[in-house]
Design a protein around this ligand. Sequence first.
Ligand code: ZN
Length: 212
Amino acid sequence: MSVRKIRTKTSLLTHDETEIRIYESRPEECLTISKSLIYRFETKDFYSKNTNSRPKEWTIIHVDEDFMKDTDTLVRIATLKRKGHLFIYGKTRFGVDWDTVIERVYSRPANLCFFCDKKLKRGGPDSKRNDVKTKDHLIPGSVLDAYGIVVLEDNTVPCCITCNQEKANLHPYVYRSKLQYLLKNNHRDQKRRRKVLSTLNLILIKDHDIFE
Ligand SMILES: [Zn+2]
């Protein structure tokens, strides 16, 4: 049996002895999860991607993956996701420890490069400054396309231009190999590259089949 997680805004939630309900304004969009399908749930503060906003309380519900197989459930989940009330993720998809990724994105200021911690500023798309904030897709679009995945939650991270260009369209595993090669054979930019390498070691699952 495999476990999926659901992250939802606590304000939308009630629970009793037998079930948890995630409320929506339209009754047909409400989602009810029987407690027999729930392993545990926890409450956590998450920081929004907007700078200076206060943390929001979210609840993480660990559910049996069978719960997701029912069409009606999937439709309701899709509605909640569209409204930004719900995030669902498997723990280690594509060899990445998504818990650690989420923790790193939401518990730190939004203007830090995910990989090297450089402080970033807003800038136009054609800005040449290297401290401009860009977005990196941890799992590149080409890999997602190959798997027919349209949206992968929490896949976007803030990134400096240098890291973004260096990572390009590589899976984090491949990017790590590239960095290890560069650190050995090229003496430029070692401080940043060592920092990026330590971040990748933090988020990659050891000996995991990347494309599970
Ligand atoms: Zn960076």
